[in-house]
Ligand binder design. Structure first.
Ligand SMILES: [Zn+2]
Length: 127
Protein backbone atom coordinates (compact mmCIF):
# COMPACT_ATOMS: atom_id res chain seq x y z
CA UNK A 1 0.00 0.00 0.00
CA UNK A 2 1.94 3.00 -1.22
CA UNK A 3 -0.93 5.41 -1.12
CA UNK A 4 -0.69 6.62 2.44
CA UNK A 5 -2.88 9.46 3.43
CA UNK A 6 -2.05 10.78 6.81
CA UNK A 7 -3.94 14.00 6.18
CA UNK A 8 -7.58 14.75 5.83
CA UNK A 9 -8.80 14.92 2.28
CA UNK A 10 -10.34 18.22 1.21
CA UNK A 11 -14.10 17.98 1.58
CA UNK A 12 -14.80 20.30 -1.32
CA UNK A 13 -12.98 18.41 -4.05
CA UNK A 14 -12.66 15.06 -2.27
CA UNK A 15 -8.91 15.08 -2.89
CA UNK A 16 -9.26 15.60 -6.63
CA UNK A 17 -7.66 19.03 -6.29
CA UNK A 18 -9.94 20.34 -8.95
CA UNK A 19 -13.64 20.93 -9.12
CA UNK A 20 -16.03 21.47 -11.97
CA UNK A 21 -17.44 24.93 -11.96
CA UNK A 22 -20.84 26.02 -13.16
CA UNK A 23 -19.56 26.43 -16.71
CA UNK A 24 -18.65 22.77 -16.92
CA UNK A 25 -14.95 23.54 -16.72
CA UNK A 26 -12.61 22.20 -14.10
CA UNK A 27 -10.82 24.66 -11.95
CA UNK A 28 -8.40 24.53 -9.06
CA UNK A 29 -10.27 23.76 -5.86
CA UNK A 30 -10.79 27.00 -3.95
CA UNK A 31 -10.77 25.24 -0.57
CA UNK A 32 -7.45 23.47 -0.73
CA UNK A 33 -5.93 25.53 -3.54
CA UNK A 34 -5.01 22.40 -5.43
CA UNK A 35 -3.33 20.49 -2.63
CA UNK A 36 -6.17 18.02 -2.15
CA UNK A 37 -5.84 18.41 1.61
CA UNK A 38 -8.35 19.84 3.93
CA UNK A 39 -7.19 23.37 4.67
CA UNK A 40 -5.66 23.80 8.09
CA UNK A 41 -7.92 26.06 10.01
CA UNK A 42 -5.96 28.21 12.42
CA UNK A 43 -8.90 28.32 14.80
CA UNK A 44 -9.28 24.57 14.79
CA UNK A 45 -6.45 23.80 17.18
CA UNK A 46 -7.73 22.66 20.49
CA UNK A 47 -6.49 25.33 22.84
CA UNK A 48 -8.72 24.17 25.70
CA UNK A 49 -6.40 21.25 26.32
CA UNK A 50 -3.42 23.45 27.04
CA UNK A 51 -5.29 25.97 29.13
CA UNK A 52 -5.30 25.16 32.84
CA UNK A 53 -8.93 24.84 33.83
CA UNK A 54 -8.20 25.43 37.49
CA UNK A 55 -6.88 28.88 36.76
CA UNK A 56 -10.20 30.67 36.90
CA UNK A 57 -10.33 31.62 40.56
CA UNK A 58 -13.39 31.58 42.78
CA UNK A 59 -16.61 31.54 40.87
CA UNK A 60 -18.75 34.16 42.53
CA UNK A 61 -21.68 33.56 40.23
CA UNK A 62 -21.88 29.93 41.32
CA UNK A 63 -21.74 31.00 44.91
CA UNK A 64 -24.69 33.32 44.46
CA UNK A 65 -26.61 30.67 42.56
CA UNK A 66 -26.26 28.30 45.48
CA UNK A 67 -28.77 30.40 47.38
CA UNK A 68 -32.22 30.03 45.86
CA UNK A 69 -33.87 33.24 44.74
CA UNK A 70 -37.29 31.70 44.33
CA UNK A 71 -39.27 29.00 46.19
CA UNK A 72 -38.82 25.49 44.87
CA UNK A 73 -42.19 24.02 45.81
CA UNK A 74 -45.36 24.57 43.82
CA UNK A 75 -47.21 26.18 46.71
CA UNK A 76 -44.25 28.35 47.61
CA UNK A 77 -43.82 29.48 44.02
CA UNK A 78 -47.48 30.40 43.73
CA UNK A 79 -47.37 32.29 46.97
CA UNK A 80 -44.21 34.13 45.91
CA UNK A 81 -45.95 35.09 42.66
CA UNK A 82 -48.86 36.52 44.66
CA UNK A 83 -46.39 38.46 46.77
CA UNK A 84 -44.55 39.73 43.72
CA UNK A 85 -47.75 40.82 41.97
CA UNK A 86 -49.23 42.38 45.07
CA UNK A 87 -49.94 46.07 44.88
CA UNK A 88 -50.35 46.58 48.59
CA UNK A 89 -46.80 45.97 49.74
CA UNK A 90 -43.54 47.71 48.99
CA UNK A 91 -40.72 46.17 46.95
CA UNK A 92 -38.67 45.81 50.13
CA UNK A 93 -41.50 43.94 51.80
CA UNK A 94 -41.89 41.68 48.79
CA UNK A 95 -38.20 40.80 48.88
CA UNK A 96 -38.45 40.10 52.61
CA UNK A 97 -41.59 37.97 52.22
CA UNK A 98 -40.22 35.93 49.32
CA UNK A 99 -37.04 35.40 51.32
CA UNK A 100 -39.23 34.26 54.20
CA UNK A 101 -41.07 31.77 51.95
CA UNK A 102 -37.77 30.32 50.72
CA UNK A 103 -36.45 30.05 54.27
CA UNK A 104 -39.68 28.47 55.48
CA UNK A 105 -39.56 25.97 52.64
CA UNK A 106 -35.99 25.05 53.40
CA UNK A 107 -36.61 24.43 57.08
CA UNK A 108 -40.03 22.77 56.73
CA UNK A 109 -39.70 21.14 53.31
CA UNK A 110 -42.93 22.75 52.18
CA UNK A 111 -45.32 25.60 52.88
CA UNK A 112 -48.09 24.77 55.33
CA UNK A 113 -51.59 26.15 54.88
CA UNK A 114 -51.09 28.21 58.02
CA UNK A 115 -47.96 29.76 56.58
CA UNK A 116 -49.62 30.40 53.22
CA UNK A 117 -52.52 32.14 54.96
CA UNK A 118 -50.19 34.17 57.11
CA UNK A 119 -48.26 35.48 54.12
CA UNK A 120 -51.36 35.99 51.97
CA UNK A 121 -52.90 38.12 54.68
CA UNK A 122 -49.94 40.46 54.41
CA UNK A 123 -50.08 40.94 50.66
CA UNK A 124 -53.82 41.13 50.21
CA UNK A 125 -55.16 44.59 49.37
CA UNK A 126 -56.56 46.16 52.49
CA UNK A 127 -60.27 46.82 52.28
ZN1 LIG B 1 -10.06 20.78 -2.49
Amino acid sequence: MGNEQNFEVCSTCGGDRRIANSFGLTTTCPSCHGSGRRAEDAGFHDVTKTKPSHHRGANKAAEAAAKPQWPTTGEGGRLATEVRDSKSVTEAEKTRLIREIIDYEQSHGQCTQTFLKKVRKQVRPRV
